[in-house]
Design a binder for this molecule. Structure first.
Ligand SMILES: [Zn+2]
Ligand SMILES: [Zn+2]
Length: 419
């Protein structure tokens, strides 16, 4: 069974809130064979023995079934919690199971989920057998021959995008995501897609969500970056800043009413907490090979050209952009220079490119690059004409639906202060 980190998080949240009673709900996917991306809570109508039994409210079930039918979604399974008991199917669970759906059981100790396992029934009424539970950090998308983009799922511990390039005789991985857990999945995907472990790992820039998975690849793979990126990585003090960042996000969430904004802050918080959990095992691994302007990695089938102004990009008219390009997501001006970004984007524009893999958001095209250029001019224009008053204005169209909307005001302020 495959499930997104966010969906599993929803189950864990429900189990924690319901503790010490059993909670239950439904697992939902786009199609029967797709990963579980959504969950729905169902009331447990078992009142007398709610500590160790559950019975799903049939009215909830019918309502959710109707909703899913209307939205073209599939109910692929059920979840419930075992308070202070292992995440194993009990005899009762087996007796009441049906062949077909997947059953997810989470074990909850003192209000916290400590284990999760999936089961399927061999026949109606059992017996049940374990089903591997795979937590997804990203989706893979083929963007050209030998090139796959790993697009981060929100709240998954990946946070940034990455890419896998099959050079023919060697494998190159571009960026390594936020947590070692997500990076382990990336490495496994690279091995599965190319049939060999990665030889080259490129870090597009120093931000945590693009480099903290490095430890999973080294020392077998050589980690490559610009000299400047390596210097910035050496200077970055992550552990000291993380608790403060988490605390301010929690405050922000408490004061936020808008559901869309709440969701985006909650995702960021989830990423931060996953990173916090990973911290004790985290080793900072820095690039061992650096370059100044340009480096070409040659493979038997294709080559990757690493250009400092445009992230890395292999052949096939595909560019792996790192955070030079974000698709449907606000950029962050503060750690860079928006004017240099504009020049870089204009140079990338001159390359004859088809598909662009952004640092955040779905795979895009040159149109998305143009849209980001328009974003840069819009922010500049607003800062110039309205000054401080621009900070009060709503995010203008067509950028109003973009993720990380809180960055818009920060970007305006940045331009106001530097402009
Ligand atoms: Zn059970
Ligand atoms: Zn990033």
């Amino acid at each position: 069974m495959r499930i997104t980190r966010r969906a599993l998080q929803e189950v864990n949240q429900h189990a924690g809130e319901g503790y010490p009673y059993e909670i239950c709900g439904m697992l939902i996917a786009e199609r029967r064979t797709d990963p579980v991306t959504q969950t729905r809570r169902v009331r447990n109508v078992m009142v007398e023995r709610a500590r160790d039994r559950y019975e799903m409210d049939p009215r909830d079930q019918i309502r959710i079934q109707r909703e899913c039918d209307a939205a073209g979604l599939e109910i692929v399974g059920y979840y419930h919690s075992h308070p202070d008991h292992p995440a194993q199917a009990s005899i009762t669970d087996a007796q009441r199971s049906w062949a077909g759906p997947v059953y997810l059981i989470v074990s909850c100790a003192r209000g916290r989920v400590v284990d999760a396992n999936a089961f399927v029934a061999e026949h109606d009424g059992g017996p049940m057998r374990g089903e591997p539970l795979e937590v997804l950090h990203f989706t893979l998308e083929r963007v050209a021959d030998g090139v796959h983009a790993a697009i981060a799922l929100p709240g998954s511990g990946a946070q940034g995008n990455a890419a896998i390039v099959d050079l023919g005789d060697r494998t190159l991985v571009f960026d390594t995501l936020l947590t070692p857990q997500a990076a382990t999945a990336l490495r496994a995907a690279a091995e599965r897609l190319t049939g060999r472990p990665p030889t080259w790992v490129v870090n597009s820039h120093w931000h945590a969500d693009h480099v903290l998975g490095n430890q999973v690849f080294a020392p077998e793979a050589t980690i490559v970056a610009t000299r400047r990126t390596r210097d910035l990585m050496l200077a970055h003090r992550l552990a000291e800043r993380l608790p403060g960042t988490l605390a301010s996000r929690e405050q922000e969430l408490a004061g936020e009413q808008d559901p869309e904004r709440r969701r985006s802050i909650a995702d960021e918080l989830a990423e931060g907490r996953l990173l916090m959990e990973a911290l004790p095992d985290l080793r900072r691994v820095h690039p061992s090979l650096t370059f100044e302007q340009r480096l070409t990695v040659h493979g038997s089938d294709r080559r990757a050209e690493l250009l400092t102004y445009g992230g890395g990009h292999p052949d096939d008219r595909v560019a792996l952009m790192g955070d030079l390009l974000l698709v449907r997501s606000h950029p962050l001006f503060a750690h860079g220079d928006p004017w240099a970004l504009r020049r870089a984007l204009e140079r990338v524009r001159e390359l004859d490119l088809d598909r662009l893999v952004p640092g955040h958001g779905p795979v895009g095209s040159v149109d998305d690059l143009d849209l980001l250029l328009r974003y840069l001019s819009t922010v500049e224009e607003m800062a110039r004409s309205d000054g401080e008053r621009a900070l009060e204005a709503p995010v203008p169209s067509p950028f109003d639906g973009w993720a990380a909307s809180g960055l818009f005001a920060r970007n305006l302020r940045f331009v106001l202060e530097r402009g």
